[in-house]
Write a protein that binds this ligand. Structure first.
Ligand SMILES: Cc1cc2nc3c(=O)[nH]c(=O)nc-3n(C[C@H](O)[C@H](O)[C@H](O)COP(=O)(O)OP(=O)(O)OC[C@H]3O[C@@H](n4cnc5c(N)ncnc54)[C@H](O)[C@@H]3O)c2cc1C
Length: 434
């Protein structure tokens, strides 16, 4: 999904945009200003980095191409899942102690979100309870090993395995052979969280500019970030544009693949139907690479997401395509109306580990949460802010992870990723047959 230049950009037409608590608008930047820190991107990464820095006394400006929460942060599945997407490859590049530190960052990330919500009383329909469901024995074994591993590493929340006989108490579908319930994860209204956090940021003195795309960065002892009509001169810059970074910085763009994921929202379901399909009101995610993820909203709509493509373009007929997938899981919903359908871009990194680091002494970035960023963005924001205030060296540890750059930008990257996806689809297909 490319961002049209010079267009007044509104939120995508989603269930979330239709249920915003309180719309907020910020002005566009039309002058030259100065700040300690300039942040590009008003999603969870950018806004939370700003909050953390403002709390430490920094003067912060945020530039946003469209609107606060316009990107993935305001249109995602709302699944608050503990843990970084964690690659076994990490142990090949880090010692055990470092791997444990990185694991702990992920494991505590959902706690950070809950703390933020509680501290500032942000209304965003937070619920606890998440189940990852297995479609086959290979996936079930993965969950058994995950539980063992996380408990060994010291996870602070309850993990419970459920088998084929118990899974129907959590998910009213015949598709699954078991699952792993994580009481430390849950679900929420992501756009209301992001807008609530923007309000917290502005109360702390952060200046936010919407409809203000950063078009060029002049690196140096002070950094100049240019927009069409203004400029920010700052001591530090944080690039938090994630999958929507576009052409602003070539090497950051080449480190990630913008993949499109879509969601539908049904009409409100009668109580007995909602209780039948999700009796414990948990968020659900399966373990396929091209995964299904779903949950109920407070007004009992089923928000059902899935279907990725790697063109970065929103697919046609989102409602029709996703409805078919939803009916494979819940065939009895065939008479239910689909009220909303929307898509958004996820930044996938090749090794699936979030990418945090520096482009120069005073220019930082965080991106590449690989479709699993609601909680990790909040931890990333803590790490980047603490690197700027020189209080915590976790960024140095994370920047040891080498991130592959795809050569040739979009012309090479999309076919390369498409080929990679054929492999993963085949892997899912084989696992689901046995
Ligand atoms: C459909 C979908 C479903 C998802 N579901 C889940 C889920 O259930 N659970 C989960 O954990 N994760 C999920 N994710 C992933 C999660 O939403 C993201 O990882 C997370 O929101 C990333 O936050 P961010 O702030 O880094 O990026 P974004 O929220 O994308 O924010 C980046 C912002 O930067 C702005 N920007 C970019 N370039 C510039 C520029 N040059 N100048 C100014 N502004 C710029 C963009 O306009 C955008 O608003 C999902 C993502 C999608 C798209």
């Amino acid at each position: 999904m490319s961002i049209p230049q010079n267009e007044h950009l509104k939120h995508t037409n989603s269930y979330y945009a239709a249920t915003i608590n309180e719309p907020i608008e910020f002005p566009a930047l039309i002058e030259k200003i100065e700040s300690d820190v300039c942040i590009i991107g008003a999603g969870f990464t950018g806004i939370n980095t700003a909050i953390n820095l403002a709390k430490k006394g920094f003067d912060v400006v945020i530039l946003e191409t469209a609107k606060v929460g316009w990107g993935a942060s305001g249109r995602n599945g709302g699944q608050l899942i503990s843990g970084f997407t964690f690659s076994p490859k990490l142990s090949k590049i880090m010692d055990d102690e470092a791997v444990q530190s990185v694991w702990e960052l992920g494991a505590k990330s959902a706690d950070l979100v809950r703390e933020r919500i509680q501290e500032h009383q942000i209304e965003c329909d937070l619920k606890s309870g998440f189940i990852e469901v297995a479609l086959n024995k290979v996936q079930m074994q993965e969950l058994v090993e995950r539980k063992e591993n996380w408990e060994k590493r010291g996870y602070q929340h309850q993990l419970t395995l459920v088998d084929e006989s118990e899974i129907r108490n959590c998910v009213g579908s015949a598709r699954y052979i078991g699952g792993l319930i994580d009481s430390g994860s849950g679900h929420l209204h992501p756009l209301n969280l992001c807008l609530g956090e923007a309000k917290v940021a502005t109360n702390l003195g952060v200046r936010i500019f919407e409809q203000s795309r950063a078009i060029a960065i002049d690196f140096g002892k002070t950094v100049i970030t240019k927009t069409n009509k203004g400029k920010v001169k700052s001591k530090y810059l944080v690039v938090a544009g994630n999958a929507y970074i576009g052409t602003l910085h070539k090497s950051l763009r080449r480190m990630i693949m913008p993949a499109n994921s879509c969601i539908i929202a049904t009409e409100s379901l009668p109580d007995e139907v909602a209780n039948e399909i999700l009796p414990k009101d948990m968020a659900v995610c399966d373990l396929n690479t091209i995964l299904d993820y779903y949950r109920l909203s407070p007004d009992k709509r089923l928000l059902f997401g899935g279907r990725w493509n790697y063109s970065g373009q929103e697919p046609k007929n989102i409602k029709g395509n996703l409805r078919k997938r939803m009916l494979k899981v819940f065939p009895d919903l065939d008479k239910v109306k689909i009220d909303y359908g929307w898509g958004g871009n996820v930044a996938v990194s090749i090794n699936r580990i979030p990418q945090l680091g520096k482009l120069s002494d005073n220019v930082f970035y965080s991106q590449g949460y690989s479709g699993h960023g609601v909680a990790p963005t909040h931890m990333a924001a803590e790490i980047v802010a603490s690197a700027i205030s020189k209080e915590w060296d976790m960024l140095d540890l994370l920047s040891q992870v080498k991130h592959i750059q795809l050569p040739g930008g979009k012309w090479f990257a999309s076919p390369a990723m498409a080929m990679g996806m054929v492999y993963y689809r085949l892997k899912d297909f084989i696992a689901n047959r046995f």
